[in-house]
Design a protein. Structure first.
Length: 147
């Protein structure tokens, strides 16, 4: 008789374990489906037209400023190269000083452009919505109730 009750107890124990495994698997599937749902909602909420428009506008400004700076650099270099013969008689240190000043000014403008680009990039107001960490939910049942 005792072997019969022990067998029944072992059978019930296995049924409980299987039941808890199913619950744990179901909770895991629910967690995954919520994550997928959140990702899908975030993708649907993104307005790609506005995003692409702002990126295109940003790139257009950068290209325009770079073209402007390159043109000024070309003009400055042409001016240095095409000096009149009277200016060619200036001593070497004066010419080097003029070239240094021109390059300093161009470098300063490039630095200002870089700061402007960084500022505009920060103004795009991006917010991370995918991959946020949520506190983990305990899927393991209390071990005291299994025995």
């Amino acid at each position: 008789m005792s072997t019969n009750s022990e067998q029944e107890r072992e059978r019930m124990k296995e049924e409980y374990k299987e039941h808890y495994r199913k619950i744990r698997d179901t909770k895991e599937k629910l967690r995954r489906s919520k994550y997928v749902q959140n990702v899908n909602e975030a993708i649907q909420k993104m307005n790609t037209d506005d995003l692409l428009e702002s990126v295109d506008e940003f790139l257009g400004k950068v290209r325009s400023k770079m073209a402007h700076i390159e043109a000024r650099l070309d003009v400055a270099m042409d001016d240095i190269m095409e000096r009149s013969p009277s200016e060619a008689e200036l001593d070497e240190s004066l010419r080097k000083e003029n070239v240094r000043d021109t390059l300093k000014q161009i470098k300063m403008e490039m630095g200002l452009l870089y700061r402007e680009i960084e500022q505009q990039a920060e103004e795009l107001n991006t917010e991370k919505t995918v991959g946020r960490k949520e506190p983990p939910v305990s899927d393991i049942p209390n071990q005291d109730n299994e025995g």
